[in-house]
Design a protein around this ligand. Structure first.
Ligand SMILES: *Cc1c(COP(=O)(O)O)cnc(C)c1O
Length: 225
């Protein structure tokens, strides 16, 4: 399938989810997750009108940046090792995986401009997943006050691997509730207006529950090319 055709199918699904939940389609940004696919396929996505590209490894971002043409905003969506921070902030426009103070300290040390970060939350509590537990989020963002090179633009989560709509919905709802709590703190470097949630299999539910950035790989660019 051409990315263009996949994108129009994804957009239909987005439109329907927005209709069901009374949301504005223009408020949903689609990140094409290109970690499984080639530079050529990534270029096809950019040519089809994709503005946001997501990769879970710094090597992936660097490779795609050097081999694609055209304007794109780059999202680092993988778990981030402290020693890779310098490289990641040089190349990525957003980090979706801020989940510990040592990482914040390293970003503070290395960045010359404020870095847009999502705080990753492990809502489902699955051991295999990265991120703070919901209880840790409020104390964590309060601690970030000391770091003027960090802007928390939002919260991010990965839902559990399940088809159970109730479980998925509860997970996204919880992230939205946490966001409201964070926003109410009115911390100057924590606007927290965005929610990065929803992937190929669950983005409609995520949109119904308030997502503003969906991260779509398989349904958009496929799993390999
Ligand atoms: C791979 C990945 C995605 C995309 O997954 P699909 O199911 O292929 O859409 C989204 N978010 C993160 C963090 C990922 O690692």
């Amino acid at each position: 399938m051409r990315v263009e055709d996949n994108l129009s199918a994804v957009k239909d699904r987005i439109r329907h989810a927005c209709e069901r939940s009374g949301r504005n389609e223009g408020d949903i940004k689609v990140i094409a997750v290109t970690k499984y696919v080639s530079s050529e396929r990534t270029q096809e996505a950019i040519d089809a009108g994709i503005e946001h590209i997501g990769e879970n490894r710094i090597e992936g971002i660097r490779e795609k940046q050097s081999t694609t043409k055209g304007q794109a905003t780059w999202h680092f969506i993988g778990s981030l090792q402290t020693r890779k921070v310098k490289d990641v902030i040089t190349h990525a426009d957003y980090i979706h995986s801020l989940d510990r103070l040592s990482l914040a300290q390293e970003i503070q040390k290395r960045a010359s401009e404020p870095v847009r970060c999502f705080v990753q939350v492990n809502v489902s509590g699955e051991e295999s997943k990265h991120g703070l537990s919901p209880d840790e989020v409020i104390p964590f963002v309060k601690e970030l006050k000391q770091f003027d090179k960090i802007v928390v633009v939002g919260l991010m989560t990965m839902a559990p691997f399940t088809e159970d709509e109730h479980v998925l919905r509860a997970c996204f709802k919880k992230l939205k509730e946490l966001q409201a709590e964070v926003v109410s703190l009115e911390l100057s470097n924590v606007p927290c207006e965005e929610l990065s949630m929803g992937m190929s299999n669950d983005f409609e539910i995520a949109i119904e529950e308030g997502s503003t950035f969906i991260r779509v790989g398989t349904a958009l660019v496929g799993e390999d090319s």
